[in-house]
Design a binder for this molecule. Sequence first.
Ligand SMILES: *Cc1c(COP(=O)(O)O)cnc(C)c1O
Length: 395
Amino acid sequence: MEKGNLPSDRTKLCHAGRDFSAQHPYVNPPVVRASTVLFENVARMMECEENRNKGIKDRPTYGLWGTPTHEAFYEALKALEGPKAAGAWAFSSGLAACTMPLLALLQAGDHLLVTDSLYWPTRDFCEHVLARFGVEVEFYPPRIGQEIEKRFKPNTKLVVMETVGSHTFELQDVPAIARVCKQHGIYTAIDNTWATPLYFKPLDYGVDVVMHAATKYIGGSSDLLMGVVICNQETWPKVFQMIGDTGQATTADDVYLAYRGLHTMAARMKCAESSATQILQWLKKRPEVQSILWPADPDSPDYALWKRDYKGAAPLFGVLFKEAYAGKLTPMIDALQLFGRGYSWGGFESLLIPSYGKRTEGDRPFDRMIRISVGLEDPNDLIQDLCQAFGALSI
Ligand SMILES: *Cc1c(COP(=O)(O)O)cnc(C)c1O
């Protein structure tokens, strides 16, 4: 079977990046800890250096450029993102993966359009760092669709999107936005952490750069901080240049954990998604709850879009309580025994936290919203925990 042309994502998750050979006849890649790489002679050393600059695959010249462990992970990521994936890289955190491509693609005098729902710290990077270096930052409502064209200026260079809005869970019409951006020669980047490449492949729709917090579903075990970027042919040389210019490296140990996480990602997500559906049904019957924020919920305003573009829904959603509960959710959250109170998501354990965020286009009722990350526990136990905690709610 041709590598890179494997039959389905589930099979890719198990096989992509693995390189069986007589030198390494093991199921898993070696964890190669390295700063220094040795060469037979100077000529070979120079050849490897030249090949890296030309983008030709050869022995890395230094630990910064990765190891066979990194190579396995990058091959798997590219296979998952589809035929347009030209390059992949791992960063020390999801946030680093979300910010570095912006630094690579923008320069002073450029206009940047960012979804108003963007992960808060990435948004802060735009306002604090990019603005300081002369980039004009403008936020647009996430459900803008092709109307984004009206916001374009002669100096618009990049549009940043996100599936789904952080804490607010709006879905964006990525195909429409990517299409009008292409027409105007504007780059597009997307934080695709929620959907993962299993449920949505932005490069297939003409998006240039995909970012994921591998900390979430890829790692899947709450023991790893990592981000990944996958670029198309057009943007990869620029992003790769910035990687070298800023020295973005991750350890082989961490990359090994992320690569291992990929093998079980489909199974973990499917299992938790089925539990999430059960928990949502319970929540929707509760008199305290006003609505569920999850594009796969048939009552969601994004349901039609989700049906059209997505293969599944990640088990992370929001719950909006009725107005009477504004500012009164803390006793319920503190009463939880099984759900963890903690940041991040996508791990094997379920988490529940109060929602928060920052918006330009008007505040969201964060004081009566929570976010739930469903893990791999028995959903009946989770519902029982919610049931007893809801007993602590009073108005
Ligand atoms: C968590 C998260 C990140 C950042 O990942 P870290 O590894 O925690 O830095 C980026 N984007 C989204 C949507 C996230 O939820």
